[in-house]
Design a protein around this ligand. Sequence first.
Ligand code: UGA
Length: 441
Amino acid sequence: SSSTTMKLSVIGCGYLGAVHAAAMASIGHDVVGIDVDARKIESLAQGHAPFFEPGLQEILTAGIQSGRLRFTTDMAAAQGAAVHFVGVGTPQQKDGYAADLTYVNAAIDGLLPYLSPGDVVAGKSTVPVGTSAELAPRVEATGATLVWNPEFLREGWAVQDTIDPDRLVVGVTPGADGDRAADVLRAVYHPAVAKDTPFIVTDRPTAELVKVAANAFLATKISFINAMAEIAEVTGADVTQLADAIGHDARIGRRFLGAGIGFGGGCLPKDIRAFSARAEELGRGESVGFLREVDAINLRRRERAVQLVVESLDGAVYGKKVTVLGAAFKPHSDDIRDSPALDVAVRLHGLGASVTVTDPAAIENASRAHPQLTYVEDRDEALAGADAVIVVTEWDEYRKDLDPVQAASLTEGRIVIDGRNCLDAAAWRAAGWTYYGMGRP
Ligand code: UGA
């Protein structure tokens, strides 16, 4: 309703910012999204989502039609907003593991001339702990208040996660300004607050750290189960049964115990590396030394998948047609950043296999990044004549809809490598396939 409408700006219209801007408009706010990338802004302003994300297109169109959502490259448009969200990227540095804060600094500096006393600047980007302390003097010299409000959205569920999150975390400086800023954010997130979503107010370093700790924990959970897969592989144990069995313990939980070719994407890999680098800077590298193992285990699983393909073809992969089912780093996404799926495809190509990749959403991005591979839109066409098939992204199109009997009628060989442990092994075997899982006999 109009009584809850606030004026908001969102600096940075990448994955996080574009979703945030559209989601905030969808809950009734008056939002301007700002980015230096003119092409991105033009696309968003015309109501086109620049990437695939379920539900985004709808709220983008609705927001623009309602007049509550607009996009511009002009930072001056931020003037007058009560809250300025900063959601620019923090990529891995080119020459190391640390986070590159160039875009965060540029966004803050660009925003400074348009801030008014009482404005709230809410950092959403994933940053090394201590970043807000560095930014605060510049922001607060204008009379605005800086808070850190990390984002926990998952790609594929980004709209839902933004409007209806598990929890909200706001890091403020203790005192009246901080308390007021926390209240302002409560008003921004009114639908979630109304349904008693945990709203956790911390100091700023804690809020920064909550985000990195959450991703480090998730990455560790995946690498833990992948480490068990490595043990299972030499003992004949089945890691999926193991995960089910330990997952029934509520203290452990079954989610994120999916063993396979490991984690990728724009967040977990870079975030654990940036965390290691930051801990080193703080003289506490040893505290998160295990994250190096988490990274190493994760990368070994990609190599293991390649090895399984090679073994399945009796060591002679050269010139064999290998169909790779999946390119996105996970289903429901067209994102190929640090995609384990594509990494496996590229390695197989490097060994001389004739690699054909298919994916329901990520073909365009994948072919731009790795033009040396062959891409086929149609799944069945991609399977035609394959000597071996490897599933690397667990899309329903492969997991549920691909009938092993029908698949066998298309391929040359009957070899399937399940890089995500997502297929019904018994059904594939019954249809005459030699099935290889990851950490399963
Ligand atoms: C991750 C976190 O889950 C979000 O909470 C966080 O907000 C986000 O990063 C971020 O920092 O922005 P996302 O990268 O979208 O979200 O993807 P996840 O669902 O976490 O999957 C990451 C990777 O782990 C994928 O490659 C996925 O295939 C893999 N994975 C996931 C496994 O290999 N096994 C599992 O059991 C679960």
